[in-house]
Ligand binder design. Structure first.
Ligand code: ATP
Ligand code: FE
Length: 340
């Protein structure tokens, strides 16, 4: 059973061909990051135009490389990210998917981008079984999800303001580092002293399993400005390592709580920040749970995870149609209040 996956929710155009639930036949990504870097962030209008230029050649190349000569006969499902994300970006993916589905007369399914991120874990881990906890940490999300089954997602906690990735990016920007700042901070931190700078306790006064990163972000940016005003040089490695360490400690603390509250001891992570080496190490080496890490290339946005989520949804009986429409604010899962 072949699934064609399409992802275009933000600034990456990606197409993937998946056989069964996890065998990647071919996949490609066209990143716009360098084109947006000049603006210090993603410019939505520009992003949708670049998706439009990239998506058809990318799909053709993926089909060729995957050995699909007759898609109408060979493709079993077209899966596409239908939200949340940028409206103009989502539209390009959804419209392309619908056009292919109609031309080939194959079924189509919309995939929630967060469901996609969670399914990135399934590619590499056949032994990952329900229920498990998944922490989705990316540029727009910081959430702990209890995954009971395909399509059964309970949100245990979420950020009340900034996402962890956003905090990485904004702090990096204040330090004069290029966009996106997360990977740069990760690299610089390797040579830094994580105890050199002190940052406030992020979870102080926060109930349940929620997060807040805006206070930490502001504290870090203020610290940068203070040092600059005093004419002091900022020890980049130390600063990055200390900031990164604070974020990682926060994420791990919440995961520990989630394991304690649910009794679920399988822990997966996903989203761009799940590519962070300090975070990966902390999750992998933790003794209180069994950890599952997607490979780094499937942490950030990609169509393989979308194809995997779509295929699983199809197999579990979910059906869709050509009335599929993009939803920039698509809801995800059910809220569950848990607390100690
Ligand atoms: P969302 O999934 O919430 O819509 P997105 O699609 O923009 O957001 P992803 O591609 O999943 O996000 O992740 C991008 C984010 O991950 C950016 O904020 C980036 O800085 C961060 N990131 C990527 N690699 C690393 C890393 N090694 N360390 C820390 N952060 C990282
Ligand atoms: Fe994402």
């Amino acid at each position: 059973f072949l699934t064609l996956g399409i992802e275009s929710s933000c600034d990456d155009t990606s197409v993937a061909l998946l056989e069964g639930p996890r065998r990647v036949l071919s996949w490609k990504i066209s990143s716009q990051i360098e084109r947006h870097a000049a603006f210090g962030g993603v410019v939505p209008e520009y992003a949708s135009r670049m998706h439009l230029e990239a998506i058809l050649p990318l799909t053709r190349a993926v089909l060729d490389e995957g050995g699909v000569a007759d898609p109408a006969k060979q493709i079993g499902l077209v899966a596409v990210t239908c939200g949340p994300g940028l409206m103009g970006s989502l539209l390009v993916g959804v419209m392309t998917a619908k056009a292919y589905a109609q031309a080939w007369k194959v079924p189509i399914l919309g995939v929630n981008h967060l469901e996609g991120h969670i399914y990135a874990n399934m590619i590499d881990h056949e032994d990952l079984k329900f229920p498990f906890l998944c922490m989705v940490v990316s540029g727009g999300h910081t959430e702990i999800v209890l995954v009971r089954g395909c399509g059964e997602y309970q949100m245990l906690g979420a950020t009340q303001d900034d996402a962890a990735g956003e905090a990485f990016d904004k702090v990096a920007k204040a330090l004069g580092l290029p966009y996106p700042g997360g990977p740069v901070i990760d690299r610089l931190s390797a040579a830094g002293d994580a105890g050199a700078f002190e940052f406030p306790d992020v979870l102080h006064n926060l109930e349940g399993l929620d997060f807040s990163f805006s206070g930490l972000k502001t504290a870090a940016i203020n610290q940068v400005n203070r040092l600059r005003q005093k004419g002091e040089e900022i020890p980049l490695e130390d600063f990055c390592a200390s900031f990164q360490n604070t974020v990682v400690k926060t994420l791990i603390a919440r995961l520990e709580q989630a394991v304690r509250l649910t009794g679920v001891k399988s822990v997966a992570i996903s989203g761009g920040v799940a590519a962070n080496s300090a975070f990966r190490r902390a999750v992998a080496e933790h003794e209180g749970w069994k950890s599952f890490l997607p490979s780094k290339m499937f942490c950030t946005d990609n169509a393989v995870m979308v194809a995997a989520a779509g295929c699983a949804a199809w197999q579990s009986g979910r059906r869709g149609g050509l009335d599929l429409a993009p939803d920039p604010a698509l809801d995800f899962g059910e809220d569950e209040v848990v607390g100690e």
